[in-house]
Write a protein that binds this ligand. Sequence first.
Ligand code: PBG
Length: 359
Amino acid sequence: MDLREFPHNDNGNGNLPPISPTTYPRDWSAYNEAQTQEKALFARRLRRTETIRRMVRETRLSPDDLIMPMFVCPGRGVKKAVESMPGVAQMSVDNIVAEARETWAAGVPALILFGIPERKDSQGSEAWNDNGEVQRAIREIKERVPSMAVITDVCMCEYTDHGHCGAIVGAEVDNDATLELLVRSALSHARAGADIVAPSDMMDGRVGAIRAALDSNGFSHVAIMAYSAKFASAFYGPFREAAESAPKFGDRRSYQMDPPNGDEAMREVALDLEEGADIVMVKPALPYLDLIWRVKQEFNAPVAAYNVSGEYSMIRAAGINGWIDEERATLEVLTAIKRAGADLILTYFAKDVARKLRP
Ligand code: PBG
């Protein structure tokens, strides 16, 4: 029978309004004839109690899925709050180790390190200083929290005085000159004991160059998590305060991807996998859930998604203002990223969320 014949269920456009005790028609026999309505009731039976919802939940966020980003700065005892990312701070190596220990204790298996060097130059030479902040942090974490997986971001933008992700030749970021610098930093991170290196610069061929260099220097065990589909996004704003890495001129659109391009993202992922990436990343996460899905479906490789600084700060700001239930919003967002196909989620919420997820 046609459900629109029920006056109680007709909201004018043929869609059924939610069933509530006040909108139940009294005539239940009519429901039994209405197959569609029966299906609606069927669906609701499994939403009735928290216990039943728990039983049929399809996606479960776990601390195992999370990677915690951290910013290492020079000095001792330093913990410098990042204004645009409430709850996030730049920390000197000693505090990073303490934070790593807490994060591990919360159940998070991995962290990713970003460095803020003492000095910047046009080449970004601090990036491959074996005694730089990141390298010291890796060694200390590996010694004090040995089971924690240490990932390092490999990029030049925090280290160059111009703030671009590579070497400037003429007026451009030069691709091949940059590869050489990235290889040096990746090797330096590997020497310090990094488990995974994560190039985020978006130069062509960097995964292959880094893979070859790692292999020929005795680091074939070091994995590569490639920022494969990294878009020129407005959502990196707060990070650039945290990492002091905003470009001094121009923008990153000549190397990071143009946000409207999905097929191109698939080609980037394919290239990185061919060049030897072990994990491929989509970044940012929320505006690109469709691409997380596509990457997982098309390549079936381990997929990471970066819930970036702007995504974090929006939720934090709304939460602090009382405009949103921050805890629920966070869990909803991270679960959605996982449902879209991400195996790993880089998120500034990692430690807090892991604590909430623990029984
Ligand atoms: C460095 C890098 C950036 C982020 C991660 N690695 C910034 C950028 O490309 O400008 C962004 C992370 C975030 O916003 O949380 N290239």
